[in-house]
Write a protein that binds this ligand. Structure first.
Ligand code: PAF
Length: 252
């Protein structure tokens, strides 16, 4: 497994004879890897001859600087988890990815302003911009995204279609703990008490007869709710528990 922190180093590897003509699968992440990421890596390993992981805490997708500062960084554990699945890890410094100081960016003007976009202004500009840069740099045949981030997945698919990018976006099912909570890098910030309560979030999304009923149930249980909404056969929600923001969705 090769670790590339310089873009030039990565480009030399990508263009080397050992990678020529082989299918490349790509899993973009911000690190703090968990079993959900591992499922994406395992799928990429099974479907491609070469697998690339990126670990890049993308500053432009954080609308709250405190959230960026608190984001967990677990480099050694990430490398250990990735090792069995991955041929290369791309982990560039922020300056390498934003030589323009973020003057150029990708904006989607419809879905990107709703739901998560309404509560985290600018978030999807940052996500789409960094995903476009990553796809340009990595040049994968397939890129793997979790369905937990439903809106991110929809917007990335839309961008790939709109900008005619030569990559297949592969959606992967959400990985959940035994009590139903979707795995997320943010879960590690939950106290034991908050972690127990958090399992009620997907349960309410799944069992309430309507989005409005789910919202009422969640508020009664002590969650601060940003939204619960039904769209395209999916119920989407975002809540806060003890200051930790969780998002999830279930198929209706
Ligand atoms: O889902 C994530 O971890 C991030 O939004 C992504 C796709 C790696 C872009 O920074």
């Amino acid at each position: 497994m090769k670790i590339c922190t310089h873009l030039a180093e990565w480009r030399a590897l990508r263009g080397s004879p050992e990678w020529a003509g082989l299918s490349v699968g790509f899993v973009p992440t911000m690190g703090a890897l968990h079993a959900g990421h591992e499922a994406l890596l395992a799928r990429a390993r099974a479907e491609n001859e070469r697998v690339v992981l990126s670990v890049f805490v993308n500053p432009t997708q954080f609308n709250d600087p405190a959230d960026l500062a608190r984001y967990p960084r677990t480099w050694d554990a990430d490398v250990a988890l990735a090792h069995p699945y991955v041929d290369a890890v791309l982990a560039p410094p922020a300056e390498a990815f934003y030589p323009d100081g973020y003057r150029y960016r990708v904006t989607e003007n419809s879905l990107g302003t709703q739901l998560e976009g309404a509560h985290r202004p600018g978030h999807f500009d940052g996500v789409l911009t960094v995903v476009l840069k990553l796809l340009n740099v990595v040049q994968p045949h397939r890129a793997y995204f979790g369905e937990k981030d439903w809106q991110q997945l929809e917007l990335v698919r839309g961008m790939v279609a709109a900008l005619l990018l030569p990559v297949d976006i592969v959606p992967c099912p959400t990985t959940r703990d035994a009590d139903g909570l979707a795995l997320s890098s943010r879960n590690r910030r939950l106290s034991p008490q908050a972690r127990t309560l958090a399992a009620a979030f997907p349960r309410a999304l799944r069992t309430a007869p309507t989005a409005a009923a789910a919202l009422t149930t969640l508020r009664a249980q002590g969650f601060a709710v940003d939204y619960v909404e039904d769209r395209d056969g999916v119920r989407l929600g975002a809540v806060h528990v003890e200051g930790v923001r969780l998002i999830d969705n279930v198929r209706l």
